[in-house]
Design a protein around this ligand. Sequence first.
Ligand code: DGJ
Length: 706
Amino acid sequence: MIHHDPKCRSFHFKGAESSYLIGVSEGLDIQLIHWGKALDDAALGEKISAWMAVQAGPLSESHPREFSGFGGGDLRSPAFLLAHADGSRASQFQYQSHEIKPGKPGFPGPQSYVENETEASTLRLALKDPLTSQQLDLFYSFYPSRDILTRRAVLTQGSSAGRLLRLMSASVDLPAGDYFSTSLPGDWARERRLQQAPVQQALLRLESRRGQAHRMSPFVAVSDGGPDEKKGQAWGLSLAYSGNFVIELEGQPDRRLRLNVGLNDFDFQWQMEAGERFVSPECVLAWSGQGLGGLSRRLHRFVRSRICRGPWRDAPRPVLINSWEAHYFDFKHADIVKLAEGARELGADLVVLDDGWFGRRDSDNSSLGDWVDDLRKLPKGVAGLSQEIHAMGLKFGLWFEPEMISPDSELYRAHPDWALAVKGRAVVPSRNQYVIDMSRPEVRDHLIELMSRTVEAARLDYIKWDMNRPLWDAGSTAWPAERQGELCHRFMMGTYDLMERLQKRFPALLVEGCAGGGGRFDYGVLCYHPQIWASDNTDALDRIAIQWGSSYFLPPITMGAHISESPNHFTRRATPLSLRAHVAMGANFGIELAPARLSAQEKAEVAAHVAHYKKIRHVVHEGEFYRLARPPHAAWCFVSQDQKEALLFAFGPLASVTLDGLNGSWKYRVEALNQTRAGASLMQEGLKLGLGDMRSAVYSLEAEPV
Ligand code: DGJ
């Protein structure tokens, strides 16, 4: 798995298709020798000899360094920056020792996992700065059969105090190439829009400073040559973290590329007392020789099986109906019962009561934090409502926004210091709310008790965990002056702690993440919430682009996608019901409308889509995903692991499409088109579809016995 060659001082992570090879230079610096195609012994020898010839001499910007600090001849953006007791900021860490162990060590916060110790192994490289006696431990966990590497760094302070100004989770120096980056910028209601551009000689920062990631996702892919779905090398890095992150791409004059991925150093500073330890989040790294499509599928498999966890990881996800667009804040007990009756007619499994069930929340200007039933709207309480819905044979779930507090709430009146605030400055509300100080253990204790009470009393099957405002005013009276720069990260780690406690206390509870739509959708939150509401924008055409962009690093089963009303509440665009249903069926399907407002014909149509989804959802959940035609004339397909079943999703205007991922020598039956075709022909000549504007289809393909 991880081969150490003491003579060459190299470590080779050899996977089924890829190799990651690092070495310790003569100057005891850790350097990247190769990250790409799997190396056989001859190629390995060549790579090491070529590196041996260039690794010597004082450190400079021509060295492919694995975790460079500041100081000396390398002024590229560093992987870490430390302020020492004497005011200096230069560091010189040198390799000291290493250990290789089976499995993967556990750290606080979100992380990928192993189910048994043989599926991964971990290299710990211990580095020391002789002057300050600080220690840096670089952890590399490698899953050879999955070709996935995870990295993180742990800093242990020496005998005097200092300040941590920056610590990346992973840093990689790629050799000279014609690189293109793929990133996912966006905004509220238009999350994760695909952006591809040549890498320039410049320092590009993809980042979030807001505690939310509507505007940028913690993911980057780099291709050598123009981005291609099927061929060429692609490298992908994604941070398992939902707070402020940065991804740096620094193109060098000689076309080499430095990549840094980690916590954002913007407004960040961590006080390091003597002996204190700081652990970076985990970064997931993957390489593919089959372009961006191959890279996405490798990441999807990993996320589905080693990021997502718990009973819902593999179980069919319930088709839910959510009350938000049906009722917003305006509902009574009887309305939700009626919604449930409609849901049952449509074939849904789970009724979700969204915002507005607690405190006195008639609009978004009050009651966050008062997680107790509003008996004006629900005289039998949430428990009474839940009992009725359970008696109808349906599951029941509720909305929470645990990280927030309304200035107009009982909780805020009792604990004004529980809102994040910068000392002496007025708190700036957003959506009329403040952020609760999740860095305080007593806040988390209070929240877990309150939430658990409702989960138990109402026997909740599901929670939608929302987070609707950015994190500014990140100050807290719970921490001393010198630790105020730690608040954003402490907030995030506190939030993860609450998520984890809820998960441990109620392992069967399905929790769907949300942050003003898709503002928190990453490998960190997916460790606790196996599905995420992908966007507040439920317009089918906009959703195609959002789901398409998201698919570069997120498997479709993790994306909450619902059929909503037409005209769409957000864009006012009218779209056919079939289009709305087909878009949602390509992800984690649900319903976001009032059945009572549907005609009998529309009801029958929605019910047919629900039944159709239930028949095919195992392929959407477990299948391999192929992007075929780029939006707006989009098409994608899922292919089951045994290649016997495939689903083609096509959205017009689209004349024809070529498929991918099928077995070329098998024949496939496309019942809806009354055609039986060889896999090879479907992947070369393609299928004629002739779908007009706003027309769409989901075709099932079945392999015929050979
Ligand atoms: C934002 C979410 O994205 C919506 O689906 C809904 O839950 C509202 N918040 C409720 O306030």
